[in-house]
Write a protein that binds this ligand. Sequence first.
Ligand code: GAL
Ligand code: ZN
Length: 699
Amino acid sequence: MSKTPVAELIDASSARFTYGADYNPEQWSPETWLEDARLMQEAGVNLVAINIFGWAQLEPVRGQFDFSALDAVIAVLHDHGIRVNLGTGTSSPPPWLSYDNPELLPMMSDGTRRAFGGRQAFCPSSPVYRERSLVLVEEVARRYGSHPAVALWHVSNEIGCHNAHCYCGVSAEAFRRWLRARYETIDALNTAWGTAFWSQRYSDFAHIQTPRLTVSTGNPSQALDFARFSSDELLGQYRAELEVLRRHSDVPVTTNFMVTAHIRNQDYWTWAPEMDLIANDHYLDNRLAVPRDELAFAADLTRGLAGNEPWLLMETATSSVNWQPHNIAKTPGELVRNALTHVARGADGISFFQWRASLQGSEKFHSAMLPHAGVDTKVWRESVELGNLLGRLSEITGSRVVADVALVFDWQAWWSTDLDSHPSSEVVYLEQVHAAYNALLAAGLTVNMVAPGAPLDEYKLVVVPSLYSVSDADAAVVSDYVAAGGHAVVTFFSGIVDEDDRVRTGGYPGAFRDLLGVRTEEFFPLGHGESVTLDDGSSASLWSELVHLAGARAVSRFDSGPVTGEPAVTTHGFGDGTAWYIATALDPAALRRVLEHAVTDAGIKLPEIVVPGVEVVRRRGAESTYTFVINHTDTAIPQPASGEELLTGETIAATIVVPPGAVRIIRSSNQAATTGRATHDRHTTGIQTTGLQTIGEKL
Ligand code: GAL
Ligand code: ZN
């Protein structure tokens, strides 16, 4: 089923960006609500998420509902022309629920329970939680299901942020039900879990527990199935709420995903089809080396979940967060620049957490659109500026990001790769994915993210980073794609096990061995901090392996370390296509070189000019292409361009100079771009281009 266009949420007859925030009116007086609504208008806000944490206010006592405050808030917003992204309110149960039913408090892997006092303190499998939460949803949906202010339903909040895994007895029972459905017989489960090992053979489903802490290492296949079960279990809660909403309302329904570096517990490829539109929450993680690269990655992955259609940024911070060790404030201009980076990568709506900074509670030092210091602030001015800009950019909505290459990403491989007792604990899935992604980003390429098994035919190049676990069928999709003329790059520790975490014999990288034309006999992981050199001058770390050529050609070889003289990077003609293998963790520059080589080989033109810290991304609409030039650096950057700049109104003939920290969006006609490309010789004229299309393709 196709998604609801984000840009039509506010008004189906006139597409526009949604703009707003989470709003927690429970924390404020009715006088403040009025001031808030007036200021929201001033900032160009058109959509606010409310009732996210409303349960305790709506149902202060079991079964007794009081909607007076929510009615009044919705009326104020409606009167001011602001539409509502209405929370079902189920994300944080009120104190009475866990007081009456303490067994629904989540249990940790060590068997201890967590107490009330934070949020999301419930067991995902609790029938009591399910029942009470659906009673609430029923009340909310019945009351507001056809209210004209309601533009979108916001089921719960960041489902599974804190309570994705519960190890209690009730969860164990649910896990057993899930396992029975998956395996039908205990023999099939024993085979899948490899229970011949360490005397773990089960004779009855009843004996199976959640993977609580064990004295030794646990069963990895059990851990993997528990991760799958846990993702499904919370998706079940989403479905249950959706079913109630549907009975009372035609308004689109979604929940806010957490596609981000530090959260991995939901397999969003399985969740995405159930959403009416894809919404994501993203916060810069200042613990990463280059946080903005992860912003680009997360935005591209969110777009992948949306089938490369526009999506909604449901939460981000106007400045600092409160939950990192050092909560770095955004520099002047960063709020607008980062928001427009999400837009460049497909967002058709931007919302912040939150509207007005809290005075109490653990998030009182989290930034908001309206800071403690009030409206005479950088953050407020930039919030207003962004609302204003988005208001002028409506024509961009609905356009699709133009991508050069595909990258296979998988939550289940994330879970399995990072299990313990592997050759190196330093081979971390997301780090290897980021390494490949960042090298493509540094080369000036735009990446579409695809699930394992997804069709690849529209891409000239597919990158498969460290896909440790993969099914036969999903591996065959990559092989068939190459056989039919595609190009693929696979990096080390891929194809090793099947979906049960069972090793593939006959040599690594198992599932991709024939495709890659190599056979690895043994892994030689490197020690912490150790690096090796390759015969092309590259350096590498973390990993090496003894690769035998079985049809492939060595592009480079190890020049030091445990497998000196043996292949490190290989290429293999397979059917009508080519498959590359990278058998080590190349340094970033070397990885970029190899990927650029594969890119060029695949017939993709590399950008002629790439400036570190400058992103160039294109969105293509029916008539025009919009080239975003995002300058994260502190110097002015000239870029070849022609067309009309949408933020300043300038007409650009040949070059645009993008000021430090700024974003420029250049519209070019798709017609002109085609003509321009056909007639223009950019090799001899350097920066003189016609048609903006050429920018993305290549500057
Ligand atoms: C999200 C959450 C919000 C708020 C925000 C702070 O995880 O949905 O309620 O806590 O983070 O960054
Ligand atoms: Zn539980």
